[in-house]
Design a protein around this ligand. Structure first.
Ligand SMILES: Cc1cc2nc3c(=O)[nH]c(=O)nc-3n(C[C@H](O)[C@H](O)[C@H](O)COP(=O)(O)O)c2cc1C
Ligand code: SF4
Length: 429
């Protein structure tokens, strides 16, 4: 009996990268049925009814997003699959593309049909060379069989899908940065509104959806909205891919019902902490979200529950830290990432990310004063909600939460006292 929906490749013996194997496993039945037997509005309503929320980070309702598309513009509509996956701690989309490319393509065919799109792109992170090859091969196989092209499954519906490789910048994952990059420009995010559903790629109505979101669409249309809504909380249900990294015995991608308890994920599915170690903290949704202390981790991992606990589900990149983790050093590393990745358009982000990193280097290297802690917090505060995109917030939120949750460690670093960190994990193991 299969335990997986999205990660079905783990349950079947055959290689699902092969079109024949995918079809033998029931693949493309749903897309074929959709284009022959369903109306686009019916597909859209099914996705709306399922309460599917986007898996790219913000958790926006997918059906609602599709319904915002500008109509009657006389311009083509585009579907862009966001496969940039660059959020630290996140590696689920890569798993889906490397092992089961047709599941994504089937989800894209159904989604494109629902929104009246005839040209779709998969914008894949530049470093994912293997995934790009796998997808290109899968797309070529679909054209050869008539599953893509002028007459999809012999119907009157036409669809082309192209793979576009990024060039290795985190900001290319922000949907309007992605659009700019796809147009051949520097990936500078756009001021919104207008949102992509009205003015997207090439100035046309555009939907941007994450890989996992689009993969879910196949199963929602196949098994029905009620089935999907029955998995986890009704306000944001479904099978969910959780990426667990850090100090656990078995890190990896886990498919579990939305709303799985965080402690079960860590202590049952991932085998618990490394030998002799205690849980200290968890970043539950990729490096951009506020950190939770060990005593705040008794929560369900779904969009609303994690917000109630003071953080966000984000991309479900769960970074687990044990009691050997030096919070000043950890935050310095995170700050370096956002400084490196800021596109530089907005002053609070361009300057702020630089100041955050500089102050954290000073603290980490014992060169800071107590006053620098207040400066760090005030720089981070000034970066929230003031910029074109939320990379600035993503850089500031971890800083503010680390300072709030672990003040004694920052004070120790600023006053030259020894850092409040347990001995090195390898020594204790
Ligand atoms: C700096 C930044 C990076 C992002 N990176 C990604 C990414 O790699 N993949 C992704 O799906 N969404 C990413 N997002 C979110 C996208 O802007 C967008 O919300 C998402 O692709 C929408 O898909 P969904 O509705 O299916 O979640 C990023 C957002 C920001 C601000
Ligand atoms: S917030 Fe940062 S990354 Fe986003 S547009 Fe402004 S400068 Fe660029």
């Amino acid at each position: 009996m299969s335990q997986h929906v999205l990660l079905r490749y783990r349950d079947v013996r055959a290689d699902l990268r092969s079109l024949d194997n995918y079809v033998a496993d029931g693949g493309y039945r749903t897309a074929r049925r959709a284009v022959h037997e369903m109306k686009p509005e019916e597909v859209l309503q099914t996705v709306k009814d399922s309460n599917l929320r986007g898996r790219g980070g913000a958790g926006f309702p997918t059906g609602l997003k599709w319904s915002f598309l500008a109509k009657g513009t006389g311009k083509p509509t585009y579907l862009l699959c966001n496969a940039d996956e660059s959020e630290p701690g996140t590696f689920k989309d890569r798993d889906l593309m490397d092992h089961d490319p047709h599941q994504l393509l089937e989800g894209m065919i159904i989604s494109a049909f629902a929104i009246g799109c005839h040209t779709a792109y998969i914008y894949i992170r530049g470093e994912f060379a293997f995934g790009a090859d796998v997808l290109n091969k899968a797309i070529a196989d679909c054209y050869a069989k008539g599953y893509l092209g002028q007459s999809v499954f012999g119907s009157a519906y036409s669809l082309d899908i192209h793979v576009h490789r990024g060039a290795g910048a985190y900001i290319c994952g922000e949907e309007t940065g992605l659009i700019e990059s796809l147009e051949g420009k520097r990936a500078n995010p756009r001021i919104k509104p207008p949102f992509p559903a009205v003015y997207g790629v090439f100035g046309c109505p555009t939907i941007v959806n994450n890989v996992e979101t689009l993969a879910c669409v196949r199963h929602i249309v196949e098994r029905g909205a009620a089935w999907f809504k029955g998995i986890g909380p009704e306000s944001g249900p479904g099978p969910k891919l959780y990426c667990v990294s850090g100090h656990v015995k078995r890190p990896g991608t886990y498919e579990l019902p939305m709303g799985t308890p965080l402690m079960d994920l860590i202590f049952e599915h991932c085998g618990g902490m490394l030998p002799g170690r205690k849980l200290k903290a968890v970043i539950p949704g990729g490096s951009s979200v506020p950190i939770l202390k060990a005593d705040e981790c008794d929560i369900a991992m779904d969009f609303d529950s994690v917000v109630k606990a003071g953080s966000m589900l984000g991309s479900a990149g769960i970074i687990v830290m044990d009691d050997s983790t030096d919070m000043v050093a950890a935050l310095r590393r995170i700050a370096h990432f956002y400084h490196h990745e800021s596109c530089g358009q907005c002053t609070p982000c361009r300057e702020g990310t630089g100041w955050l990193e500089k102050l954290l280097i000073r603290l980490d290297e014992g060169l800071a004063s107590e006053g620098d802690i207040a400066t760090l917090d005030s720089v981070a505060k000034g970066m929230l909600g003031t910029t074109i995109c939320v990379l600035s917030d993503a850089a500031a939120m971890p800083v503010r939460s680390f300072l709030q949750k672990f003040p004694e460690e920052f004070l120790a670093a600023a006053t030259g006292r020894s850092r409040v960190v347990a001995a090195d994990a390898t020594a204790a193991a």
